[in-house]
Design a protein around this ligand. Structure first.
Ligand SMILES: Nc1ncnc2c1ncn2[C@@H]1O[C@H](COP(=O)(O)OP(=O)(O)O)[C@@H](O)[C@H]1O
Ligand SMILES: [Mg+2]
Length: 356
């Protein structure tokens, strides 16, 4: 058997920590921080549609990278724990860039509703007839109740582009407006002026419910990044097996191992949480103390401030933490950006071993 030397031990611990951090930074798309009011608003609308069969429409508006998609993922993740979302509802995700015309969109809707066979070779006169047919296929039971539909329209502004008709939006909003079927239509966009792009007939059927996600103007962006640096690079420790230290209310911890990556993310990545149980608490404490010390390091703060001149997009910050990211026009590559220092050593040699 191979002897466990202290060098060996350190290498194994670091490898495990890196694997853990990379998993959390890159794969966790369901943990959402802050914006409780906006989160609750979206959650409330979707929950009422799924559980009570109500019809709603809303727009989620915020700059790119502000966490709109993550918010929706987090809401769906919470909902799936409270309701049997796969049998009580159908989630249809459309993207304005991909579904560039109504025909393509309708094809995708049919596929996501798993009704391709039901439609077969049928020919429909209008878009509305086609959609009505799809909804009628979903009606079941004695009361002919329809399953709830959740329509998530990413890049919503692209659905109201002047080059295309707004038939899809008109029909979806018409259903929510007249409550023909339990449906929640959520448009997601970074365009503040999106309402001006809507046709009059579409606008009049929309609920005018706007949910804005903007960063807190009182907090300086580099302070946000500095806090995030600590949050993303520290590892929760369990002193006693089974006792988890929770990092935030929205972060469901895996109580067996104390790790803060949601179980569904681990499952999706086919990672067994037990492998992180081998992490030595004292080693993790030392690691965390080192990361927390970086929060007060002038050079790190200076680097983060320079980064914020370039971008405040959290995704780019995360990319930098993991792989060094694209070099911005400033001299950022020469800085001692905390995570870079930790990760760059292994960038070329062991990069592939981070994730299974
Ligand atoms: N409030 C937040 N909570 C958690 N992650 C966030 C938050 N805001 C931004 N992010 C992170 O920033 C990145 C971009 O978020 P995303 O939801 O794709 O933004 P958007 O859809 O608004 O363009 C993701 O990695 C996401 O995890
Ligand atoms: Mg998005």
């Amino acid at each position: 058997m191979r002897e466990i030397t202290s060098e060996n031990f350190t290498a194994v611990q670091i490898k495990q920590i890196r694997k853990y951090l990379k998993l959390r930074i890159m794969e966790d798309n369901v943990t959402f921080r802050g914006h409780e009011q906006e989160w609750n608003h979206v959650y409330d609308l979707m929950k009422r549609s799924v559980l009570q069969g109500e019809s709603h429409s809303a727009l989620l508006i915020g700059p790119r990278g502000s966490g709109k998609t993550t918010l929706v993922n987090s809401v769906l993740n919470h909902l799936s724990k409270e309701a049997d979302i796969t049998s009580d509802a159908i989630i249809v995700k459309l993207n304005g860039h991909m579904h560039h015309d109504d025909k393509v969109a309708l094809k995708s809707i049919t596929a996501q509703m798993q009704l391709e066979n039901a439609v077969g070779d049928r020919v429909f006169g209008t878009f509305a007839e086609n959609l009505a047919f799809l909804l009628s296929c979903l009606q079941s039971g004695v009361d002919r109740r329809c399953k709830s539909m959740l329509f998530l329209l990413e890049e919503f502004d692209m659905f109201c582009h002047s080059a295309r008709t707004q038939t899809l939006l008109y029909n979806l909003f018409d259903i929510t407006h007249s409550r023909q079927a339990p449906m929640c239509v959520l448009g997601i966009t970074n365009r503040l002026d999106v309402m001006e792009m809507l046709e009059k007939r579409v606008k009049s059927r929309f609920s005018h419910r706007h949910i804005f996600i903007f960063s807190d103007e009182k907090t300086r962006p580099h302070d946000v990044f500095a806090d995030l640096l600590v949050e993303l690079l520290t590892v929760p420790v369990t002193k006693k097996k089974g006792r988890a230290r929770k990092k935030s209310n929205d972060e469901p911890t895996n109580t067996d191992t104390g790790i803060s990556i949601p179980t569904e993310v681990l499952q999706r990545c086919k990672v067994d949480a037990q492998q992180f149980a081998a992490l030595e608490p004292n080693f993790v404490e030392d690691w965390n103390a080192h990361i927390r010390a970086l929060r007060a390091d002038e050079k790190v703060l200076d680097s983060l401030e320079k980064l914020c001149y370039y971008t405040i997009n959290e995704q780019i910050f995360k990319d930098i933490l993991v792989v060094g990211g694209p070099p911005p026009p400033t001299k950022l590559t020469n800085t001692e950006l905390a995570a870079n220092a930790h990760f760059s050593k292994s960038k070329n040699t062991e990069h592939d071993c981070f994730l299974p």
